[in-house]
Ligand binder design. Structure first.
Ligand code: SAM
Length: 275
């Protein structure tokens, strides 16, 4: 079905267009823009967020998969001269290159297509040193997992790898009626402020150990890591003891800070980075 003034939505591209100006304004406010900022928008669609961004930033890079929407976008904004539209997959964007051109860290925003949201977030946070702040809209269940704390049933691999890379805050919920077409699920807006908690080598070790532990989340660390981690169990066992994580605990009880401590110690034991 087509809504007046909006293009026909393509389900395969997760197109649910924002029609609620109150939600639009809250997202833009959450970015804390200044006139010298460069913004990256993932999935601008027909431009609900793009116009306000071009009005407030020095430069806007809009990354859109849908060629037709990308072509139509400049005509929807007041300052097309500051808008750069790229037809590409937001999950493979080179943020370092954009930040290099900007000469400063970027702000990133997107009412994300639900089916590609996690890959788009991951690509951005893996280049987090080039980003000042991100504000993304997700399917609510994903937002809950992103922000979950140890001990909750939503706390898992996605929570740990995300919270290791950024301070994560769920800002507000958005009801399905704020979009056309109306999606079947509710959404939430989440803010990320990236930081460097681990060096890249340690971060790779971190992700591998957390993935191994959560691949069998009901098992104790002794059992899950022994069978799934790609390192000798003797090294892992000693490292867990050194950092004070009991072997009979489960992955879901280990805090983000404890995963970081474990990865740093493990990196040292494996000789992949300095103390
Ligand atoms: N920002 C618009 C709004 O708020 O109304 C559109 C949001 S709609 C949920 C998601 C947008 O992302 C669509 O325009 C879709 O074409 C685009 N899209 C889908 N997959 C994408 C990808 N991998 N990379 C970049 N854009 C994508």
């Amino acid at each position: 079905m087509t809504s007046p003034g909006l293009p026909r939505a393509k389900k395969s591209l997760g197109q649910n267009f924002l029609i609620n100006p109150g939600v639009r304004d809250k997202i833009i406010d959450a970015l804390r823009l200044t006139p010298s900022h460069w913004a990256v928008e993932i999935g601008p669609g027909p431009g609900a967020l793009t116009g306000p961004l071009t009005g407030r930033c020095a430069h806007v890079v809009a990354v859109e998969m849908d060629r037709d929407l990308a072509q139509a976008l400049p005509a929807t904004v007041d300052r097309p001269e500051v808008l750069e539209v790229i037809v590409a997959d937001g999950a493979s964007l080179d943020y370092a290159a954009v930040a290099g051109a900007a000469g400063r860290p970027l702000v990133v925003v997107g009412n994300l297509p639900f089916n590609a949201a996690v890959a788009i977030l991951r690509q951005a946070l893996d280049q987090g040193s080039h980003l000042e702040r991100l504000v993304f809209m997700f399917q609510r269940e994903v937002a809950i997992r992103l922000c979950a704390a140890p001990g909750s049933r939503d706390y898992g691999l996605l929570s740990v790898v995300t919270q290791q890379r950024a301070r994560v805050v769920k800002l507000f919920d958005v009801s399905p009626g704020s979009f056309r077409p109306v999606p079947r699920v509710a959404a939430s807006v989440v803010r990320f402020e990236p930081y460097l908690s681990l060096e890249p080598g340690c971060l790779a070790v971190h992700d591998a150990v957390v993935r191994a532990a959560f691949s069998q989340r009901r098992k104790t660390l002794r059992n899950s890591l022994r069978s799934r981690a790609p390192w000798p169990w003797a090294v892992l066992e000693q490292t867990l003891l050194d950092v004070g994580i009991p072997l009979n605990h489960r992955a879901e009880t280990v805090s983000v800070a404890q995963w970081a401590a474990l990865s740093k110690q493990l990196c040292q034991a494996l000789g992949c980075c300095e103390a």
